[in-house]
Design a protein around this ligand. Structure first.
Ligand code: C2E
Ligand code: MG
Ligand code: MG
Ligand code: MG
Length: 280
């Protein structure tokens, strides 16, 4: 125990959101308990066609329904969950709930994206597990897209490519998340089977200043994606000015507080089951 505590304290020294080792141990205990009690759930944030605002899909974002502290976002616990080895168990709970919820959406057939951490992609059985989950929930694989970050390519790009290729063979798509913030070399871009690229919100927010440099970088990303046949989603759109700038530049899809905040599935109107809608 003392050894473990020492190791954790050492790790935390270079953590900007430093918590005491005691806090971390306490939270790990709470995470384990929360898993047993089913306190994790997905929130859903829509992504839309910018031209007409039509929802084309939802991203599942993990939330912890904490009995004392309320609804917590990943920033407050993801790091501890990762270091303590709980993230995969939590992720699978969230993925399963997200696939079921989207499969049951009435009337529409939106895409679902889920955020997959680097750890999953290192596991040889990730794609098989995902297939079993799709079978259990009944979600059409062609409606699922997994979001990976550039960071998860660092360790073993070939292994990640293999996993994404196998998933593509099953009709499951892949998106590169937070594009432009990581270390991806352009050579990965054309060798990975990507359906989608998500421009990080830092670029979108920089569009407000209207500097030629930012506009040029965003335009270059759009041109590159178009040439490679990859669809682009701009993340973090908060103002009409940002949306309009993106539209003018030919960006087709977007996501952000302007278009819809993350919320439980019940919040989205067409989630009402037919039987309930009919009874009203
Ligand atoms: P991400 O995948 O890049 O998700 C986008 C984050 O930006 C979300 O934060 C979302 O709530 C927030 N966001 C969306 N629109 C706007 C906007 O207009 N302005 C601003 N300022 N923020 C916006 P959230 O939900 O706190 O998630 C943070 C990160 O945690 C995610 O970044 C993702 O990397 C990770 N994450 C979320 N859910 C999961 C999950 O189920 N599993 C794993 N492994 N990671 C997850
Ligand atoms: Mg994401
Ligand atoms: Mg993102
Ligand atoms: Mg992000």
């Amino acid at each position: 125990r003392a050894k473990e505590l020492g190791r954790k304290r050492y790790m935390l020294f270079d953590d900007t959101l430093a918590k005491s080792a005691i806090d971390v141990l306490a939270m790990e205990g709470e995470l384990r308990q929360a898993l047993r009690r089913g306190e994790f759930q997905p929130y859903f944030q829509p992504f839309c066609r910018l031209a007409d605002g039509e929802v084309v899909g939802y991203e599942a974002l993990m939330r912890w329904n904490h009995p004392r502290d309320g609804v917590l976002g990943p920033a407050t616990f993801l790091r501890v969950a990762q270091d303590g080895g709980h993230i995969e168990a939590i992720d699978w709970r969230v993925f399963e709930a997200a696939c079921s919820a989207i499969q049951q959406l009435h009337g529409t057939r939106p895409f679902l994206t889920i955020n997959v951490s680097a750890l999953h992609l290192q596991h040889a059985d990730f794609d098989r597990r995902l297939v079993r989950l799709l079978e259990r929930t009944g979600l059409d694989p062609a409606r699922l897209i997994i979001e990976v970050t550039e960071g998860s390519l660092l360790d073993d790009p070939e292994r990640v490519r293999g996993t994404l290729e196998r998933l593509r063979g099953l009709a499951v798509g892949a998106a590169l998340d937070d594009f432009g913030t990581g270390y991806s070399s352009l050579s990965y871009l054309h060798s990975l089977p990507l359906r989608m690229l998500k421009i990080d919100r830092s670029f979108v927010h920089a569009l407000d200043e209207g500097t030629p440099a930012t506009t040029t970088v965003v335009a270059a990303i759009l041109a590159l994606a178009r040439a490679l046949g990859i669809q682009v989603i701009a993340e973090g759109i908060e103002t009409p000015a940002q949306r309009n700038a993106l539209l003018r530049m030919g960006c087709e899809f977007g996501q952000g507080f302007l278009l819809g905040r993350p919320a439980p599935i019940e919040r989205w109107a067409d989630a009402v089951p037919a039987a309930v809608a009919g009874a009203g």
